[in-house]
Design a protein around this ligand. Structure first.
Ligand code: MYR
Length: 131
């Protein structure tokens, strides 16, 4: 289960990923230490996610397979959806400004939640531990 409170523990290739996303150096430096925390509550095919970081605190509701809008901390708007395939949450989003695709997955690996990100040929990971 994805349910619970997750705090980011470490990143892999996240700076390169953000650079590919067009995020400037100063923002990337801040974002690499954003202390991201997500609280996930899944009820059937509905998810409620509380996201808090150095940048903001927001709450997101979505239903598996149903498109929704999500804005990144820098204002970049995405639209897309999550599906569950086996034990893997798979997200497929498109940027509203340039149409390019951003895909992401969440899996539970041991006692960690691993989130993969892919955009324009660059992959990154953020690895979370239970708080
Ligand atoms: C959620 O389930 O937490 C809400 C929806 C998340 C949508 C996709 C997340 C992509 C985040 C990309 C971060 C990139 C920073 C440059």
């Amino acid at each position: 289960t994805f349910n619970g409170t997750w705090k980011v523990d470490r990143n892999e290739n996240y700076d390169k990923f953000m650079e590919q996303m067009g995020i400037n150096l100063v923002k990337r430096k801040l974002a690499s230490h954003d202390n991201l925390k997500i609280i996930i509550e899944q009820t059937g095919d509905k998810f409620h996610v509380k996201e808090s970081s150095a940048f903001r605190t927001i709450e997101i509701d979505f239903t598996l397979g149903v498109s929704f809008e999500y804005s990144l901390a820098d204002g970049t708007e995405l639209v897309g959806s999550w599906i569950l395939e086996g034990d893997v949450l798979k997200g497929k989003f498109n940027r509203k400004d340039n149409g390019k695709e951003l895909t992401t997955t969440r899996i539970i690996s041991g006692d960690e939640l691993v989130q993969n990100y892919s955009y324009d040929g660059v992959n990154a990971k953020r690895i979370f531990k239970r708080a």
